[in-house]
Design a protein around this ligand. Structure first.
Ligand code: NAP
Length: 248
């Protein structure tokens, strides 16, 4: 029998990119998987089918992570349909890049509300159940931008740095309840989010990555799968970079 059979995972931003690869990876590892997304209905339905082919239960629901109520409803439905959430992965995220002198209040707020507010709302909705059960693993997707900062991404870098502080604080708060909380900080990963990087900018990115390529969503998903597994049971409060060496 698979190590993780009949465990339940919830992935935010599961319909595309890193979240999607994580849903598939966790399903392959034997988790029943729920995921949420904001708008891409078609992507969600096709992912449900693809993940269910691993013989696990899969539930994809539209839920905007920027506000508390839809997230609470999502978690309640997931727990009723699949059971208590053992593993939470927060991958929902957006960019709205601009140099600070040109940044609009909307660009600032939308990124903070989605990337950092989203992590807060989902962890808030899940953590009490984990505390009662004295078990749980949370992986919040940060970014190397949150560790080092990226020009034109003061909003995004702030949100991703916030996720690191949040994850470490929560790891300290909940370790005594057997809950592990870690952050993963990817570098450049091939997804819709990075698809617009082209021409000179793409050349510059490639030149700065020692491994000379972008990462794949599946590679991030493998790290997440490890972090929520029994094999990582002594890892908490960590910020694990997966970036092809771009930060060395
Ligand atoms: P992506 O391909 O653009 O996918 C983003 C996902 O988040 C989609 O499923 C999207 O749903 C969902 N989402 C966005 N806003 C949401 C909201 N308000 N409520 C619920 N779901 C929402 O992005 P990605 O590249 O996979 O990135 C995933 C995570 O990794 C993000 O947190 C990102 O910041 C982080 N990251 C990415 C990279 C990279 O190079 N790609 C590097 C470092 C960190 P819809 O499909 O419905 O819009």
């Amino acid at each position: 029998m698979e190590e993780n059979t009949s465990r339940v995972a919830l992935v935010t931003g599961g319909s595309r990119g890193i979240g999607r690869a994580t849903v598939l990876g966790l399903a392959r590892d034997g988790f029943d998987v729920a995921f949420c997304y904001r708008s891409d209905e078609e992507a969600a339905r096709s992912l449900e089918k693809e993940a269910a082919a691993y013989g696990v239960r899969v539930l994809g629901r539209r839920a905007d992570v920027t506000t508390a109520e839809p997230v609470r409803e999502l978690v309640a439905e997931v727990e009723e349909s699949l059971g208590p959430v053992d593993a939470l992965v927060t991958a929902a995220g957006i960019t709205r890049d601009n140099p600070l002198v040109l940044m609009t209040d909307e660009q600032w707020q939308e990124v903070i509300d989605t990337n950092l507010g989203g992590v807060y709302h989902v962890c808030r909705a899940v953590v009490f159940g984990m505390m009662k059960r004295k078990a749980g693993a949370i992986v919040n997707i940060s970014s190397v931008a949150g560790v080092y900062g990226h020009a034109t991404q003061s909003n995004y870098s702030a949100s991703k740095a916030g996720i690191i502080g949040f994850s470490r604080a929560l790891a300290k708060e909940t370790g005594r309840y057997g809950i592990r909380v870690n952050a993963v900080a990817p570098g450049f990963i091939e997804t819709d989010m990075t698809a617009a990087i082209e021409g000179r900018a793409l050349k510059d990115v490639m030149a700065s990555i020692p491994l000379k390529r972008m990462g794949r969503a599946e590679e991030v998903a493998d790290l997440v799968g490890y972090l929520v597994s029994e094999r990582a049971q002594y890892i908490t409060g960590a910020v694990l970079q997966i970036d092809g060496g771009i930060t060395i």
